[in-house]
Structure formats: structure tokens, C-alpha cells
Design a binder for this molecule. Sequence first.
Ligand SMILES: [Zn+2]
Length: 207
Amino acid sequence: METAEDVTRMHLVGGNLALDFVNTRTGPPVGPSDDDVLTGYPELVAWGVHAGALTEPEATALRRLSHTDPDGALAAFSRALSTRDYLDEIFRPLAAGGAPSTAALARLRDDEADALGHAQLEGGSTFAWVWRDDQTLARPLRPVVHAAVQLLTTGALDRIKGCGGCRFLFHDESKNRSRRWCSMDDCGTAEKMRRYVAARRRRSEKA
Ligand SMILES: [Zn+2]
């Protein structure tokens, strides 16, 4: 059973909040996932803080709200999981050079409209959407949904890639677009080790 603590050990490798949200499910590059750090509403809130989508005071307010409205928290958590499913149906095909599901895009549009309906525009050197006054249990999802729309509308779609060693998606920000792994410490090292062992086997077969 995953805990809120496990959530905070997740590597944020996506380079975009929506991709990091999709990456809360782990496993091999193809086929079903084999693990999931989102196991309940408290874990969703913990992930939001870890990923920078929520401040600690916002998380405290949401935890309090989820205790007074457990049914609402359950509904918000189930909505989070279905949001992650449709984001997966958008970004995984894009990472493979295909087209996203149109049904998923329609759901994203509806959720973005809902998210912006709960946001304010706040300015500094530039203006941005903020959800400071959003006292609803869906609050953790707002910036995730908005990050997905931002990536689709202003990002370089050919930089969205899947890791060669696991199911993580990321936005490749390397200069020559050569990134292949979620992280060199995890899948990159595993791949280097695999090549090293294979090369050594070939050498010993020749000897
Ligand atoms: Zn990986």
C-alpha cells in the first residue's frame, strides 16, 4: 500500500505538471502499469504539494475539507483518476507520434473551462491563472488540467516522449532533442548496465 510519504519520493521528470500527473502510475513502457502512488485523496493532496501544484496551507485546508466531506473527497479522488486516464489517452499517443483521443480532448476542454471558472488572473511581470481562493475538493486538479492545455497549445509536441525503459512521459528540453530516458539515474543506468552485460557476453562468446 502506497502512502503519502511514497508520493513525495516520486521523481518529477515530466517537465510539465500534467505529464508528472500521468507519471504517478509506474511500470514497463508498454502494457498495463504495475504500481500507482495515488491511492486516495490524502495521497492526491500530498502529490499536489510535492509537484508544486498546492501550497502547504492549501493542502491543510483541503485535508480539513476532506474530513468534513468524505463522500466529496471520494468523488474528487475518483475524478482525479479519470482525469489521469484521459490525460494518458492524450499524451501517450502524442509521445508515440500519433493523435490523441478526441473524446479525451473534449473532456480536457470541459475541465479547463471548469478550472478557469474557479481561477483568478494575477499579475506580476506577466499574468497567470491562480487558484488561491478555490475552496473545492477538485482544487488539486485545476493546475494539472491547465498545464495539459498549455502544453498542447503552446508546447513543442514533438518534444513529448516516452521513456525507453518505463512508462514515464516527459517533455524533452535537451538542445538536440536527444533525451531518451525519464532519468539517467534510473532507466538510463539500467540501459547502460544491460548494454555492458551484453557486450561482455559477446566478448566471452568470441573468446
Ligand atoms: Zn524510465
